[in-house]
Design a binder for this molecule. Structure first.
Ligand code: NAP
Length: 472
């Protein structure tokens, strides 16, 4: 299969190419074209040229074309799914589910509008707030959910009237390049450009004078570099960054009922989700039942190559992340007080496989608790009273998401409001919805995507003050 960039509505290859590694085998399985600086410039120029006509279309016209793009993507699910599994590692069913989710989000996110809003009409003046598209958006995505995260940026970026140059992670570029083919068939040339490349490409984009806004999803450390680089041209920036999500279980929760949801929230996609459960705070009374339930599921979870049937969890996506997670496990083992009740080791086979790991009697000072593990390792911490649990949950520089687990939903909501995080669920963890603004407190990000707040972030607000003739 040949993979090409999408530039100005056409497929293009590059002089250079790099290997894409299958994390289930640790071997290269395909080549990806490596965009040159000139190709990025061409993509930006195409996006600038397309901006005028695209921005003058109505929301309804853009919605219809984005829906055609979504339908073209839906027709490709069976073709793109195996590529996503081979480059990312997730089981094939989950890869197809991710692409299906992207199709759904592309349509659902374009079901809202930002029309002219009346700020005031006091008889002397009418004051209106109108929103304008910004220009060319540079979108940068990570390797854990390349398709759905690209869809979020494409949906509101284009629907708002902007054009786009999108860059996937070099670890998982291929499925996103195939997504570009759906765009070539349905969107006017230059509206959606997708270019893949090595480590220089992201930096070129954040400093590029032809790009007006950066929509970035990735790690906290890179997000800070992106913001610094974008300041040179005062680009608008949203940063969707890492998390260290706490799940606080209250005394009245039903341990048996919540264990499967907690487990899924922590181990889906091998724990490589920004908003995964990364720390569980359990009351003394429920502590052992919760540890036992999570351990049982971890020990029976089927780990393997995502192309094989019945596999529930694939490998960690790349060697660097595998080494980071194994290093956290080794550091955890040095704490003599902890119990590793499941996993705690890699699998003895090629590929970056780590057994689902549950760490009981974890304490607040451990690196596994303080850092974002972004892998299949879950620490469970004990608490005496709920105020203490909330304080410890908030004692972090992260603030992406969190959850509270209880039979008393209103009490759960009260505690949820005390947690410093962009989204807090009661009796649930993981998931984004088109109408729910998503983003982080503290170092988990800047700004929001999704919802009308997300749509507005792709636009520039303008106040228009109009004098009224007396009597009108
Ligand atoms: P990453 O290393 O920060 O990379 C993310 C993207 O940024 C990649 O495309 C990367 O490409 C690019 N990049 C790296 N350095 C750059 C620079 N100086 N300028 C511009 N772009 C640059 O993150 P990752 O390891 O791929 O993803 C995992 C992280 O993403 C986790 O922390 C996770 O929590 C977070 N995440 C957050 C959300 C959210 O919505 N909040 C969602 C998913 C993931 P190159 O490698 O080529 O540089």
């Amino acid at each position: 299969m040949a993979f090409t960039h999408t530039i100005d509505g056409k497929g293009e290859t590059s002089e250079k190419a790099f290997d894409v590694i299958n994390p289930a085998t640790a071997q290269p399985f395909a080549k990806c074209p490596d965009a040159s600086r000139a190709q990025l410039d061409a993509a930006v120029a195409a996006a600038r040229k397309a901006f005028g006509p695209w921005s003058r279309k109505s929301f309804a016209e853009r919605r219809a074309l984005i829906a055609e793009f979504a339908h073209a993507l839906a027709k490709r699910i069976d073709g793109i799914g195996p590529v996503l599994t081979q480059e990312q590692g997730k089981p094939l069913g989950q890869a197809k589910w991710e692409i299906g989710g992207a199709v759904h989000e592309l349509e659902a996110m374009c079901n809202m509008e930002l029309g002219t809003q009346l700020i005031r009409n006091d008889g002397k003046h009418r004051v209106e707030l109108v929103y304008h598209p910004l220009g060319v958006v540079g979108a940068i995505t990570p390797w854990n959910f390349p398709i759905i995260l690209a869809a979020h940026k494409i949906a509101h970026g284009l629907y708002a009237g902007n054009t786009m140059v999108l860059k996937p992670s070099p670890y998982t570029p291929l499925a996103t390049l195939l997504m570009g083919e759906a765009g070539r068939d349905t969107l006017p040339p230059g509206v959606l450009n997708i270019v893949a490349g090595g480590n220089d490409l992201g930096g070129w984009m954040t400093e590029h004078p032809g790009i007006d806004r950066i929509s970035f999803t990735g790690s906290v450390a890179t997000g800070k570099r992106v913001m610094a680089s974008a300041s040179g041209t005062l680009k608008r920036v949203t940063l969707e960054l890492g998390g260290n999500d706490p799940a606080i279980v209250l005394e009245d929760a039903n341990a048996d009922q919540i264990v499967p949801s907690l487990f899924r929230g922590a181990f889906l996609n091998a724990g490589q989700i920004c908003m995964a459960v990364k720390r569980v705070y359990a009351p003394e009374k429920l502590y052992e039942p919760l540890v036992a339930g999570l351990t049982k599921l971890a020990l029976s979870h089927r780990v393997g190559n995502g192309m094989e049937p019945d596999v529930e969890m694939g490998p960690v996506q790349n060697k660097m992340q595998f080494d980071k997670v194994m290093n956290l496990i080794e550091d955890t083992k040095r704490h003599k007080s902890v119990r590793i009740t499941a996993g705690g080791h890699s699998l003895n086979q090629p590929g970056y496989f780590i057994a689902p790991t549950v760490v009981a009697d974890a304490d607040d000072g451990m690196r596994l608790v303080r850092e974002e593990q972004f892998g299949p390792v879950l620490p469970v911490l004990k608490y005496k009273d709920v105020d203490d649990a909330v304080r410890r949950a908030n004692d972090t520089r992260f603030g992406l998401c969190a959850s509270v687990w209880t039979e008393d939903y209103e009490r759960g909501a009260e505690i949820a409001r005390r947690v410093e995080a962009g989204t807090v669920w009661v009796n649930h963890h993981v998931g984004s919805e088109a109408d729910m603004p998503f983003g982080g407190f503290k170092e988990s990000g800047l700004g929001r995507e999704l919802g009308t707040m997300g749509l507005a972030s792709y636009m520039e607000p303008q106040v228009v003050k109009i004098p009224l003739r007396s009597g009108s």
